[in-house]
Design a protein around this ligand. Structure first.
Ligand code: UFG
Length: 326
């Protein structure tokens, strides 16, 4: 069985769907603080899913999962991921992300489970020194969120050296889109991400564009938008890699291309077929001008090649917004 922590969340739920469609037996462990019971209900339609509500901060809860289930490998999504919140409340981030992961890793060691795929982030690189960013780029996070993810990566290295626990760390750039059948998608409360915020905008809730004076082609920030189903596929390949005896490793997951906030906005307007109310606002603190992945390493070693483009991601995100009114 594959244990997926945070499987009721955005990226985790897309992996769970893909695993179930492949006929895998999956256990989701999620506190439902940020994930949604509705997502679990939908996921149950795709295959053999067991859901356990629990919190990684409680060692006994996660130990209990290993005690009564035969788990072969773990995919670890559970964690807080809002950069701005991590700056004002670092305690919450270190306690949840780092301590929670330590409990998970310690339970894995106790029960002899030695394979984990972990959700890391481009935020571990900090302010880019060159672009596109490959895995040799120095890791200097500029906020507590990025620090927690980097700390976990380091803990995983040490646990491999000492205990032989093998990890694959996947450093996501900007996850985007929804499932091709529009049944699961991005659902954060509050929503901070670009595409859902543009799509949700209306008269009383204009889209706020954070800065149009960056040193980029049109003055707005450039990001690498990677489709969430392509991301899910990378996790499946990472699991296969570990199952074949692969060593601890880490990969950037992105598309090698960037799009500006203005470009994303224009595609959203076209897909929605209407003008979207927009307001130009000051820059958001901590936003680098450009973040683009070099994904060569994941192509070569995991044989992972993203297939879905930004247009497709926005179309699926729009369908999801239309049919899921939350
Ligand atoms: N943006 C807006 N208005 C909004 C939301 C976003 O203009 O309402 C802009 C941001 O300023 C940024 C771009 O759209 O330039 C993308 O912003 P997102 O918040 O969608 O994504 P980020 O690039 O800030 O964050 C993503 C992940 C984080 C991760 C980070 C790595 O969501 O988890 O990349 O830098 F930490």
């Amino acid at each position: 069985m594959i244990l997926v922590t945070g499987g009721a969340g955005y990226i985790g739920s897309h992996l769970v769907k893909a695993l179930l469609e492949k006929g895998e037996n999956v256990i989701v462990f999620d506190s439902l603080e940020l994930g949604h019971q509705e997502t679990i209900n939908v996921l149950k339609d795709y295959g053999n899913l067991k859901f356990i509500k629990g919190n990684l901060k409680n060692l006994d809860e996660i130990r209990g999962v290993f005690l009564v289930n035969k788990i072969n490998s773990v995919v670890h999504f559970a964690g807080y991921s809002q950069v701005a919140e991590s700056v004002v409340n670092p305690q919450k981030y270190y306690y949840n992300n780092v301590y929670g992961t330590l409990n998970l890793l310690n339970a894995m060691l106790e029960f002899g489970v030695k394979k984990i795929v972990f959700s890391s982030t481009a935020a571990t690189y900090g302010e880019p020194q060159y672009s596109p960013i490959d895995e040799n780029h120095p890791q200097n996070p500029i906020n507590p969120y990025g620090n927690t993810k980097l700390m976990i990566e380091k803990i995983m290295d040490d646990y491999d050296k000492a205990y032989g626990l093998k990890s694959v760390r996947l450093r996501y750039f900007n996850a985007s889109g929804a499932s091709s059948d529009s049944r699961i998608g991005e659902w954060h409360e509050p929503e901070t991400h670009l595409i859902p915020n543009i799509l949700k905008a209306e008269k009383e809730r204009t889209f706020k564009m954070f800065g149009n004076d960056y040193d980029t082609k049109d003055g707005t920030c450039i990001r690498d938008y990677i489709n969430v189903e392509d991301l899910a596929e990378a996790h499946i390949k990472a699991l296969e890699y570990l199952n074949l005896g692969g060593e601890t490793n880490y990969f950037n997951l992105g598309t090698n291309t960037g799009n500006s906030v203005k470009e994303v906005f224009t595609i959203c307007e076209r897909i929605k077929g209407e003008n979207i109310p927009i307001e130009i606002c000051p820059r958001r603190a901590g936003d680098p001008a450009v973040l683009i992945a070099d994904n060569t390493k994941a192509n070569k070693i995991l044989h992972w090649i993203p297939e879905k483009d930004l247009e497709y991601s926005i179309k699926t995100a729009y369908e999801y917004e239309k049919f899921n009114l939350h």
